[in-house]
Design a protein around this ligand. Structure first.
Ligand code: DOR
Ligand code: ZN
Length: 347
């Protein structure tokens, strides 16, 4: 069995910088035509100039490791309490950025400079609504008194819904939705709302993370939820609904920073996302929807054409080996283990 789709894109990717960038970029470039690159560097990418410079470092890394790929990084700006509306409007108008990323302060890796109170960024969000600039949202509240498994649902209720009521023209992507509450919210709100889904949240639940020993390589944010939530995500991804598309949230960390007293959040799934997705969609009886999810719905939302190249995936009798760990300096980045045998390969 095999299927051919338009070349996919990744609408949520962490590429980091320096040695890590050089080490991991080929894992994405070998399969994806484009990726929307997240701005949570240290320091974060908060200006158009920083975004242009980061984009050119990524392009150089592609040239050095996989020049024939034609991989194109699309950039985001990191929203802070002090972001100036004109900076965002100008960066979007000149084509430097495709979207702005909202991290609630403290929500995840390198989010310390994130937004502390939405009121502080309302002028920027109003300008974005006016100029049709997409807001990508890490949708979790951060209050210490909210249970980590409830943070997405609470964000929808107390932050996202009030924001969308106030600014209905703002186009919002709920990034890496992990709950049934998230997909129910998308289903109930037709206008100006879309969601990305990650590879790992389509494949693992919180038991994978915690049963039989703690597995730091499955620790990510938002944290994996119950199986019933994973099933709701699979249903959404495979539904053919145009508002769902792939954002891998591939987020490389070194092995020692994952396997640590205080391990980092992030799953490095760039290299095996497409073979994993083929397995998920096959299992759901929806292989015919994989192209929409991975290759068509994202460009459609961002007003871009799909890629012209194509990708063929083939199912084989033998089990496809996991990707090799990636060497960075004297360390390793471990690839996502989908916790089941995968029989698909990219040919
Ligand atoms: O697991 C995650 N890792 N979630 C995020 O939101 C950020 C990412 C990272 O940058 O490591
Ligand atoms: Zn992310």
């Amino acid at each position: 069995m095999q299927i051919t789709l338009k070349q996919p894109d990744d609408w949520h990717l962490h590429l980091r910088d320096d040695a890590m960038l050089k080490a991991v970029v080929a894992s994405s470039a070998q399969h994806f035509g484009r990726a929307l690159v997240m701005p949570n560097l240290v320091p974060p990418v908060t200006t158009a100039q920083a975004a242009r410079e980061y984009q050119s470092r990524i392009e150089q890394a592609v040239q050095a490791s996989l020049p024939e790929s034609g991989f194109k990084p699309l950039m985001t700006l990191y929203l802070t309490d002090t972001t100036v509306a004109d900076e965002v409007v100008q960066a979007a108008a000149e084509g430097t950025i495709l979207a702005v990323k909202l991290y609630p302060a403290g929500a995840t890796t390198n989010s310390a400079s994130g937004v502390t109170d939405l009121k502080k960024v309302m002028p920027v969000l109003e300008a974005m609504a006016h100029h049709d600039i997409v807001l990508c949202v890490h949708g979790e509240v951060t209050h210490a008194d909210v249970d980590i498994f409830d943070r997405e649902a609470r964000f929808i209720e107390t932050v996202l819904e009030p924001l969308r009521r106030e600014l209905p023209e703002l186009r919002v992507v709920m990034e890496h939705v992990t709950t049934r509450d998230g997909v129910d919210y998308v289903a109930a709100n037709e206008r100006n709302l879309a969601a990305t889904l990650t590879t790992h949240h389509l494949m693992i639940n919180r038991n994978h993370l915690l049963v039989g020993g703690i597995r730091p390589h499955y620790y990510c944010l938002p944290i994996a939820k119950r199986e019933e939530h994973r099933l709701a995500l699979v249903k959404a991804a495979t539904s053919g609904d145009q508002r769902y598309f792939l954002g891998t949230d591939s987020a490389p960390h070194t092995r020692s920073s994952k396997e640590s007293d205080c391990g980092c959040a992030g799953v490095f799934n760039a290299a095996n996302t497409m073979v994993c997705l083929a397995a998920v969609f096959e299992e759901a009886g929806a292989l015919d929807q994989l192209e929409a999810f991975a290759s068509l719905n994202g460009p459609n939302w961002y007003g871009l054409p799909p890629n012209s190249a194509s990708m063929t995936l083939r199912k084989s009798d033998s089990v496809t080996p996991l990707p090799q760990p990636v060497a960075v300096d004297d360390e390793w980045v471990m690839p996502f283990d989908p916790a089941r045998p995968i029989h698909w390969e990219v040919i």
